[in-house]
Design a protein around this ligand. Structure first.
Ligand code: EPU
Length: 337
C-alpha cells in the first residue's frame, strides 16, 4: 500500500481537473483492501478516472485498487474464461485478447479507463456492450469487507447502466471481472456499425480478423474522439436519449433530418450528439470548458477548466436541448464532490 498526503488528482482524472485529495491510497493486494474496509473510513474509489467530473477538493481518502493480472481460468473448445484484475487498463486487455486471438472485445478498443470500472456503466461502442461477453464480477463490500460474486444475470445490465450504478452504488470495490471470449475459428464479428464496415472496405479487407476490426475501431475513434493524454475529456458526456415513438414522430415534423436508431416497438434512441450539434454548441466555450468541435457529445478541458466550468457548460447544453426539442439529456459522466 502506498499513501500520499495530500495529493493532486490532476493526473488521476482524464478531464485533468486540478483538485486535491486529503489522501490518496494505492491498494496493491486484496488483503490490503480487506484491511482498509475493516477500518471503515469514508472514502472515494477511483478507477481510471475516465467517466467522472471532479467538482471540488475531496475531503475523504481516495482509494485506487491497483492490482493487475490477466489469466485464462478455463478453456473450452470454442471459448475461454479470462479473469482480469481490476487495476488493468481496459485497452491493454483488448490488445492482449487480440494478440492471443481471443474474440469479443475488439470493438471496445481504446475505451479509456480500468477493467474494474467497465461493468459499472456497461461500457459499449460500435454495436458491442460489455454485457455481451461478461461472465462474472467479483467485488468486496466496503462497509463489511464481505467478498461477493455476481453472475452476469444478477448485474442488471442495460444501456450504460447496471446494478453497480443503482442498488450497489458506491458500496463496492470491484476486484476482478471474468469475460467469456471466443477462440480462433469461433469468432462472431460485429460489423453492424456502418463506420467499421466502411473502413474495412476502404482497406480492401473482405475477411477481417479480430485484429483488423480492432485496428479499424482504433482509427475511427482516434479520428473523432480527443486523445485524453492531449485534451482532457471523459468521452461521451451525455447518454443518448430514448424517447417514445409518438414523441419522435412529432419531432420529425419540425426536424425532418433528425437521426435515430430503433430500440423496440415503443421507443427510439436519438444521438445526443446530433441534438447538441444542431443546437449550435460545437466549439462553444464556458470558462475553460468547451464542446468538442469533432464530436458534440464530448465536453473538453480546453484551457485549465474547473469542474464547475464543465458542469455549468453541461447545464447550459441540457437547458438548450430541452428548450429546442423538449428532451431532457442525462449526464453519463459521474459528478463527484
Ligand atoms: N453526430 C452529429 N454531430 C456530431 C457527432 C455525431 O450530428 O458532432 C450524429 C451523427 O449523425 C452520427 C450520430 O450522431 O451518426 C452518432 O454519433 P457517433 O457515431 O459518434 O456515436 P454517439 O452516439 O455519439 C456512442 C457512444 C460512444 C461510442 C459510439 C460508437 C453513448 C453515450 N456514446 O456515441 O461511447 O464510442 O457511440 O459506438 O452511447 C462513451 O460512452 O464515452 C463513448 C465514446
Amino acid at each position: 500500500m502506498k499513501i500520499y498526503e495530500p495529493y493532486s488528482l490532476k493526473s488521476k482524472n482524464t478531464f485533468g481537473i486540478d483538485v486535491k485529495a486529503h489522501a490518496f491510497i494505492s491498494i496493491e493486494s486484496l488483503k490490503e483492501l480487506l484491511d482498509l474496509c475493516i477500518q471503515n473510513k469514508p472514502n472515494l474509489l477511483l478507477g481510471g478516472g475516465s467517466n467522472m467530473l471532479l467538482l471540488n477538493d475531496i475531503e475523504r481518502d481516495v482509494w485506487s485498487y491497483d492490482v493487475k493480472g490477466i489469466g485464462v481460468i478455463k478453456e473450452h473448445d470454442d471459448h475461454v474464461l479470462v479473469e482480469v484484475q481490476s487495476g488493468e487498463v481496459w485497452h491493454d486487455l483488448v490488445l492482449w485478447a487480440v494478440e492471443n486471438n481471443f474474440g469479443g472485445i475488439e470493438n471496445l478498443a481504446l475505451i479509456p479507463g480500468k477493467c474494474g470500472a467497465a461493468p459499472i456503466q456497461n461500457i459499449g461502442a460500435y454495436g458491442v456492450e460489455l454485457k455481451d461477453i461478461l461472465h462474472a464480477v467479483y467485488a468486496v463490500e466496503k462497509s463489511t469487507a464481505r467478498q461477493l460474486a455476481f453472475h452476469k444475470e444478477s448485474c442488471e445490465f442495460a444501456y450504460r447502466d447496471s446494478i453497480f450504478k443503482r442498488a450497489y452504488k458506491d458500496r463496492l470495490v470491484i476486484t476482478s471481472i471474468v469475460l467469456r471470449l471466443s477462440k480462433k475459428g469461433y469468432h462472431k464479428l460485429n460489423l453492424s456499425y456502418g463506420a467499421i464496415s466502411k473502413t474495412l472496405e476502404e482497406r480492401g479487407i473482405s475477411k477481417p480478423s479480430i485484429k483488423d476490426v480492432a485496428q479499424a475501431v482504433i482509427d475511427i475513434r482516434s479520428s473523432k474522439l480527443p486523445d485524453v493524454t492531449k485534451i482532457g475529456n471523459a468521452g461521451s458526456f451525455f447518454k443518448n436519449p430514448v424517447i417514445p415513438i409518438a414523441q419522435f414522430e412529432n419531432l420529425q415534423k419540425d426536424f425532418p433530418n433528425i437521426v435515430s436508431y430503433p430500440v423496440d416497438e415503443k421507443t427510439i434512441k436519438l444521438p445526443a450528439a446530433w441534438l447538441i450539434d444542431k443546437a449550435g454548441w460545437k466549439g462553444k466555450m464556458h470558462g475553460g470548458a468547451s464542446c468538442y468541435e469533432k464530436q458534440a457529445l464530448v465536453l473538453i478541458n480546453k484551457d485549465k477548466a474547473t469542474g464547475a466550468d464543465v458542469y455549468e457548460l453541461s447545464s447550459k447544453i441540457i437547458a438548450s436541448v430541452k428548450e429546442i426539442y423538449g428532451i431532457e439529456l442525462e449526464r453519463e459522466v459521474n459528478l463527484i464532490s
